[in-house]
Design a binder for this molecule. Structure first.
Ligand code: ATP
Length: 241
């Protein structure tokens, strides 16, 4: 692969009780890379992401920038600059855009309010729409704006690796493009991305590389551009659209 591996999973497995949902996955996200995991419903994509964030127990090896993390925990991952935007976006609907962002930066409050304010301006530079709506209550935002806010909130902790669980969920196609376009642009802000998506076409269009997860295992992987033209991927995941 290219450059330093930021995240590397090796023989990574996750079980729910006796049922193994993720089987011996090998995956890497390089510095500055946008990597997507696609696959059908129930393939184990969310499970893989949540276990990589330390939310679920896993087996195998997880390394971050070359450091092996034994028993990954959310605390360990956050401390090393990893942030997750979960499938359920969990915004505070009765709070303003600005307050939702400030809550996202809480792990860095020690650095002071001035640091938070400057970080918020950086997030507003990435999502100008949020700046226009900074005083608006989160519950009154459109679906696309809520997703931008969820991503913006995760960015408040200045992650170097952002994990996204199906950001396209429930969004109109045009809005999906808009959100994923911004996700791809994060690399210019020094953020690498691991993107889980059921919307294979949209994900492959913005990613550098992709892994196809089927029944918990990697069925295929490669350059996103090549997978977009792979007959098997077209037939199974891209349809006619
Ligand atoms: P989707 O896009 O539908 O969320 P997915 O690819 O993200 O699909 P997962 O949600 O990771 O798939 O689910 C993988 C498998 O693990 C499925 O068979 C699912 O039923 C099972 N599973 C998920 N969460 C749990 C849980 N908390 N307890 C038991 N089994 C679970």
């Amino acid at each position: 692969g290219n450059g330093l591996a930021l995240l590397e999973l090796s023989e990574f497995s996750v079980s729910y009780g006796a049922v193994e949902a993720v089987h011996a996955v090998d995956l890497r996200v390089g510095e500055g890379e946008i990597v997507t995991v696609i696959g059908p419903n129930g393939a184990g994509k969310s499970t893989l992401l949540n276990a990589s964030m330390g939310l679920l127990p896993s087996r195998g090896v997880l390394t971050l920038a070359g450091e092996r993390i034994d028993r990954p925990s959310v605390e360990a991952m956050v401390a090393r600059g990893v942030a997750l935007v979960p499938e359920k976006r969990e915004l505070f609907g009765e709070m303003s855009v600005e307050d939702n962002l400030l809550l996202g930066g809480f792990a860095r409050w020690r650095r002071g309010l001035r640091d938070q304010a400057s970080r918020m301006e950086e997030v507003f530079a990435i999502f100008p729409r949020l700046k226009e709506r900074r005083a608006q209550m989160a519950a009154t935002l459109s679906g696309g704006e809520r997703q931008m806010l969820a991503i913006g909130r995760a960015l408040m902790s200045r992650p170097r690796l952002l994990m996204l669980d199906e950001p396209s969920l429930g969004l109109a196609p045009l809005i999906v493009r808009e959100v994923l376009h911004v996700v791809a642009s994060l690399r210019t802000h020094g953020v690498s991305v691991l993107l889980v998506e059921q919307n294979a076409r949209a994900a492959l269009q913005v990613a550098d590389r992709a892994y196809v997860l089927e029944m918990g295992a990697v069925a295929l992987s490669g350059e996103a551009e090549a997978l977009l033209h792979d007959r098997r991927i077209i037939d199974t995941y891209l349809g006619l659209g």
